[in-house]
Design a protein around this ligand. Sequence first.
Ligand SMILES: [Zn+2]
Ligand SMILES: [Zn+2]
Length: 263
Amino acid sequence: MPLPPDLHVHTEWSWDAPRGDMERSCERALEIGLPAIAFTEHADWALVHAGQHPVDLAGYLEAVERCRARFKSLRILTGVELGEPHWFPKETAELLAAGQLDRVHGSIHCIRIAGEMLDASQFRDRAGLNFPAAVREYFRETLAMVDSGQPFETLAHLDYPKRYWVAGAAPYREEDFEAEIRAILVAAARTGRALEVNTTRGDVLCPGPTVVRWWREVGGQAVQFGSDAHQPDKVAAGFATAAQVVEAAGFKPSPDPTSQWRR
Ligand SMILES: [Zn+2]
Ligand SMILES: [Zn+2]
């Protein structure tokens, strides 16, 4: 089975990737025989971390052009990962009007709790937080994003809070949130989105096999793969396993190597 394209990679143009390196990520992609790579930098306006800032799109696009000139045998796609675009429709529209982008992901990282924005990675540091309720709120916010009409094509890391599960809480089970997750999948299928299987740099599939099966059941048409690498050696990490899971759920590689897998 061919390796799928890695359509979710961060470089030095993302605020949280100090070890990111676009040129070395291209070299790595060629080394492991990847057909294509998309650099989807963070476009965040919910500023909850020190040093967080949206992407410098012009500088980023110049860097992509330099890589395209240097690595002619690799298909290099442009992109962004929009954080909470439905909270920032004006900023989103301005960013997307400022340059041509091949791939646009929609992501929820933050929810609002008692009027304050909080990233799911911060849940475990918040004393007294009702964790299951916060995860439900995360899924409610994801549904709101999918239903908002914001112009993104891929639903990224659907169950992101799973990466930062609180010690001592009951383990994550998709079935405990089945109604919430299925509602999101139905909305994503209805609006023609692709479901991303994010390998979390080889650590954990977001989402896992159960949700990918639900995606097919509700009529989802396309799946795409992302490593969420923030440094070159993590490009396509975990893709062999992810490809098996997606194939077993009933999706097939596209003849176009830059493309999603389809049912
Ligand atoms: Zn993300
Ligand atoms: Zn990402």
